[in-house]
Design a protein around this ligand. Sequence first.
Ligand code: AMP
Ligand code: ZN
Length: 292
Amino acid sequence: MKEYLTYLKKPLSGLEKEVKKIIDSYALFNKNEKIIVALSGGKDSTSVLYILKKLGYNVEGLMIDLNLGQWSEVHKKNMSLFCKELKIKFHIVDLKKEFGQGICFIKKIVKEKKNLSGCTVCGVIKRWILNKWSKKLSADKIVTGHNLNDECQTILMNFLKGNLYLGINSTPMTGISKSEKINFSIKKNFAQRVKPLFFISESKIKEYSKKMNFPILYDRCPCAIGTYRVETRKWILEISDSDKLRIVNNFQKIIPKLKKKKSFGEIKNCKICGEPSRKDICNACEMFLCLK
Ligand code: AMP
Ligand code: ZN
């Protein structure tokens, strides 16, 4: 393992400065907040953890163990050593303990009963676990490694589905803002989700993480096969980074108008698990019910 701890003292690189600029201009964090970085073991979340640590934020890492055999074992080991070297607390949450089943079984049943794609199911479950654990760990913010390519892909997928409203949360900081008028107990128990790499292209992050020689795997999730998201990822590569940025920036301008046009219902507590939800029963609990 490289001497990452000593590297933290070096001057900021170009990409690190870019991330700092996004954090400052969107006021994503302050130095008193407890930030949980959701670690997949890939280049994006590892880079964001490292950069936030270098910028002096109070970060901890959290990985959801999806129980995907050797793939999960290698990621857990890599991130555990990396966090140890950087003196960052690292939490591992076992999906089977949280949800009672492994990810492959859950995806198979939910696909059969609700016809939802594997990546959608995985996303709902990860968000639910991250929310729950951010409360357990008294975190103020949850950070994910979503990058410009991910956001551009989401916008275009929603456009092709004919439902731009699905993208109203595609912003550098999502969730319940301090100004939103909702039940105090919900707001108190809710950590906002933050994406510091929102405007940074995948190619730049890849270049950075290779240069830093982070102990990570570059392969994609072994479960992500044959979904619409996987197909769109391919043609997104044909779009230049500056056009991706244009698509994402232009969509940012549309979001306030979309929000004005449609009421999204108040945020309440899910009747089953108590997590915040716009419906009586949250998406994760709906999935959980269909496993029974
Ligand atoms: P993905 O949906 O796999 O592209 O991941 C998007 C982001 O979700 C990553 O950058 C991480 O921040 C987070 N994430 C993905 N997988 C995990 C995991 N197993 N545990 C914790 N966070 C994860
Ligand atoms: Zn629920």
